[in-house]
Design a protein around this ligand. Structure first.
Ligand code: GTP
Length: 416
C-alpha cells in the first residue's frame, strides 16, 4: 500500500521531491497487533545505521535483519529506509526510499557530475528534507512501540566518504541520534579483509566514523560463510599477532631486507588502533545463511544501553553548553546596552527623559514623511507644452523638471 505524503518542487534543481511511505503488510499488521509486550510498549525503536564499503553486503545484511526480525515470535517488523539512490533493486520493501524522492541520474545531468558525485549530491538534496523523514518515523514509531522490539534500519550508499566528511552524513546521524537510540553497524567484507593492509585501512575508516558520530558502534564481519572472522578478532585483541601477520605478509620488506615504509607505518598505526578497538563490539555474521544474527541483535540491545548511558548525557551536555553560550552572548549584549543607556542619561538627563516614543509624534512624522507627492516633480515630457520648439531640444542631463524648464526658460539650440 502506498501513501503519497507530499510533493516538493525544487526550482533550483527542477527535481520532483515525493515522499512515499510504503506500508508492508507485515508492518501494517504489527501496528494493529494487540499482542504487544508491555516491555516493548515502553521502548523507543532503535535505529541501526548500516555503513560499509561498496560490496561489503550492506543491502543483503539489511534484508537479513528484516527477515530475522520478522521470523521472531511474536514477529517484529522493522521500519526500513533505503538511502542509496543508485541501487537498482532492493530485496526488501523499503518504507521510505530515496529513489521515490530524488532521481540521481537527473542530478548527474543537471549538476554535470559523475556517478559518485551524483549519489553524494542526491543524498545532500534528500538530507534537506530529513526533518520530514524523522517526522514520518516518529509517527510510525508510536505504532511500532506496540511491537515487542522495534527497529528502524537505514541502508546507505557504499560511498563511505558520506559518513567520514560529507555534511549529509553528519546531518543524518545527528538527526536520528537526537531523536532515537542509535547504533552504527559497520559492515566489513571479511574474505576481502584478510590482508593486514586492507584490514587496517578498513579499521581506519571505521575509526574515523566512530569519532565523527560518537555513536555506539558494532563491527559486523560479514560473509563468514566464506571466511571466518576469527583472524580479525585475534588481530584486534592481540597486538603482537597483528605485528606477526604484518611481518609475514608479502612485500613487507624491501630489497635490502628492511621493513618497507608501509610496513613501518602500519606497525605504528596498529598501536593507535589498539585504543580504538576497546570501544567496539565485533560480531561475525553471514547475511547469506543468517548465521550470527542472534549475537548481532544482542550487541544492538547492549548498544541501546550504551546510547542511554553515554551518548544521551553527552548530547545533553553539548546542548546545555550551546544554550549557555547563547545566554552568555545575550546577557553581554544586554549589559552593554544598559551601560550605554546609563552613559546617555548621565550626559544629558533631560534629553534622556524626553527621549520617549510617542504614538502621536510618530503619526505626525509619518504624515510629513509620507506626503512626498506634494513636491515631487514630474519628469519632462518632450511632447508636452514645455517641450522644445522645432529644432530645439531639452538636455535631460541638465533639466529635470517642468518647473526647472519654466523657471529657467531653458531652450538650447539642437546641436548642428
Ligand atoms: N557469500 C556471501 N555473499 C554475500 C553475503 N552478503 C552479501 N553477499 C554478496 O555480496 C555482494 C554485494 O552485496 P550487497 O548487499 O549488494 O552489498 P552492498 O554493500 O549493499 O553494495 P553497494 O550497494 O554497492 O554498496 C552480493 O553479490 C551479495 O550476494 C554473505 O554473507 N555471504
Amino acid at each position: 500500500m502506498e501513501i503519497p505524503i507530499f510533493d516538493i518542487f525544487s526550482s533550483r534543481t527542477s527535481l520532483q521531491f515525493t515522499f512515499i511511505v510504503k506500508m508492508s503488510s507485515t508492518t501494517a499488521s504489527t501496528s494493529t497487533s494487540t499482542s504487544a509486550s508491555a516491555e516493548g510498549s515502553t521502548k523507543k525503536p532503535i535505529v541501526i545505521i548500516t555503513i560499509g564499503m561498496a560490496g561489503s553486503g550492506k543491502t543483503t545484511f539489511v534484508q537479513r535483519m528484516n527477515s530475522y526480525l520478522n521470523s521472531l515470535e511474536p514477529p517484529q517488523a522493522p521500519y526500513v529506509l533505503n538511502l542509496d539512490p543508485a541501487v537498482t533493486s532492493t530485496p526488501f520493501d523499503a518504507n521510505i526510499d530515496i529513489r521515490d524522492t530524488v532521481n540521481y541520474k537527473e542530478v548527474m545531468k543537471q549538476y554535470n557530475l559523475g556517478p559518485n558525485g551524483g549519489i553524494l549530491t542526491a543524498l545532500n538534496l534528500f538530507t534537506t528534507k530529513f526533518d520530514q523523514v524523522l517526522g514520518l518515523i516518529e509517527k510510525r514509531a508510536d505504532n511500532l512501540r506496540q511491537a515487542a522490539i522495534s527497529h528502524v534500519i537505514l541502508d546507505t550508499p557504499g560511498q563511505i566518504e558520506i559518513f567520514t566528511w560529507s555534511a549529509s552524513g553528519a546531518i543524518i546521524t545527528d538527526a536520528v541520534a537526537s531523536s532515537f537510540p542509535t547504533v552504527v553497524a559497520y559492515i566489513i567484507d571479511t574474505p576481502r579483509t584478510t590482508a593486514p593492509a586492507t584490514f587496517m585501512s578498513n579499521m581506519l575508516y571505521a575509526c574515523s566514523i566512530l569519532y565523527k558520530t560518537k555513536l555506539p558502534f558494532i563491527l559486523v564481519f560479514n560473509k563468514t560463510d566464506v571466511e571466518r572472522h576469527d583472524f580479525a578478532l585475534e588481530w584486534m585483541t592481540d597486538f603482537e599477532a597483528f605485528q606477526a601477520a604484518l611481518a609475514n605478509h608479502a612485500n613487507s620488506r624491501d630489497s635490502e631486507g628492511e621493513p618497507t615504509y608501509m610496513n613501518s607505518l602500519m606497525n605504528s598505526m596498529s598501536l593507535v588502533l589498539d585504543e580504538f578497538y576497546k570501544h567496539l563490539k565485533a560480531v561475525g555474521v553471514s547475511s547469506l545463511t543468517g548465521d550470527g544474527m542472534k549475537e548481532f541483535f544482542e550487541a544492538v540491545e547492549a548498544s541501546r544501553e550504551e546510547y542511554e548511558k553515554e551518548y544521551l548525557p553527552e548530547l545533553e551536555r553539548v546542548k546545555k553548553e550551546k544554550a549557555d553560550r547563547l545566554n552568555a552572548v545575550k546577557e553581554d549584549s544586554m549589559r552593554r546596552m544598559m551601560a550605554d543607556l546609563a552613559v546617555d542619561r548621565k550626559r544629558d538627563p533631560e534629553a534622556f527623559d524626553n527621549d520617549r516614543w510617542e504614538r502621536e509624534d510618530d503619526d505626525e512624522d509619518d504624515e510629513e514623511d509620507v506626503d512626498v507627492d506634494a513636491d515631487d516633480p514630474d519628469l519632462v515630457d518632450r511632447s508636452e507644452e514645455h517641450g522644445p520648439e522645432e529644432g530645439e531640444y531639452i538636455d535631460l542631463t541638465q533639466v529635470r523638471t517642468n518647473r526647472d524648464v519654466e523657471d529657467l526658460n531653458i531652450r538650447w539650440k539642437r546641436p548642428g
